[in-house]
Design a protein. Structure first.
Length: 285
């Protein structure tokens, strides 16, 4: 008997299939349809509303690039804000930076956190029990627009701009980010697979440019986010952060005693070199 498969429906004309060895959990949370299943190649896989969110096998690529690029560029982040990231991978990586004093994570859906702790425990690896972590169940857009605190690094780990994740790509969200970003701080966000979601890159650039002195992107290749390199939005008023030299990054990396599987200081530096098609798309708007 053939096994059930999961067809990702992110793109209407093309997708990828995962063989489902076992469904571990499936529910409509009221916010989104969530399914967690086992796959022989990728381990435990989580999908929301037809889109693969994370897999046990390659999550480290995404989480390391989302966290260590802004954290090591900044060099002395004390307060960090995470928007989304219910699987706990971002929180786990942020807490590896010993100089961090507090991390606030704003997640709209408590059930996502609960299910990931149960079925994807290696993602958070106990991070939700860390006394430095403050978990807030709230709408990310509303939170940043009400927020009176300032954060050195803000990381938006959202779904793609559809359903509940769509508001995390709006000008109102970015205005809220500007409101609660500390002087010299930096904001990063996942911005899709650039070759297939070029319009997302263009829209984000347009919306961030009026709010920050520098609005650009860096990249990383996450195997299960198929279609080429993924772009990460980068927004800051501190023009030095993108240009930190490799020697300084290596020194900070060593001092933090990070054990990474993808991130390196040299890769960090190179990740800001963008393909011409992205440069052209942003320039031509």
């Amino acid at each position: 008997m053939s096994k059930q498969t999961y067809l990702e429906t992110l793109y209407p004309a093309w997708g990828q299939n995962f063989v489902i060895d076992e469904v571990l959990f499936e529910v409509n949370t009221g916010h989104q349809h969530l399914v967690i299943f086992n796959n022989a190649k990728w381990g435990t896989v989580m999908a929301l509303d037809g889109v693969i969110q994370t897999t046990e096998k390659d999550e480290f690529v995404y989480h390391e690039m989302m966290v260590h690029v802004p954290m090591l560029a900044h060099g002395n982040a004390k307060k960090v804000l995470i928007i989304g990231g219910g699987d706990g991978g971002i929180l786990r990586e942020v807490l590896k930076h010993h100089n961090v004093e507090s991390v606030t994570q704003v997640e709209i859906d408590q059930q996502v956190i609960d299910m990931c702790i149960e079925y994807l425990p290696n993602h958070s690896a106990g991070a939700y029990n860390n006394p430095k972590a403050n978990i807030v169940i709230d709408d990310g857009v509303e939170f940043v627009n009400r927020c009176t605190e300032k954060f050195d690094v803000i990381i938006s780990d959202s779904t793609d701009p559809m359903g509940p994740g769509e508001v995390l790509f709006t000008s109102r969200f970015y205005q809220g980010i500007q409101n609660c970003l500390a002087e010299g701080g930096v904001f990063v966000a996942q911005n899709g697979v650039s070759f297939l979601q070029t319009s997302e890159v263009v829209t984000t650039a347009k919306r961030l440019a009026p709010l920050f002195k520098e609005a650009s992107f860096y990249t990383g290749a996450v195997p299960t986010y198929v279609g080429g390199i993924m772009t990460f939005a980068w927004a800051t008023d501190n023009l030095e952060l993108k240009n930190v030299d490799v020697e300084t990054l290596e020194s900070r990396y060593a001092a933090t005693q990070l054990q990474t599987r993808f991130y390196t200081p040299s890769l960090h530096k190179g990740s800001f070199a963008l393909p011409q098609y992205i440069l052209d798309a942003v320039k031509n708007g």
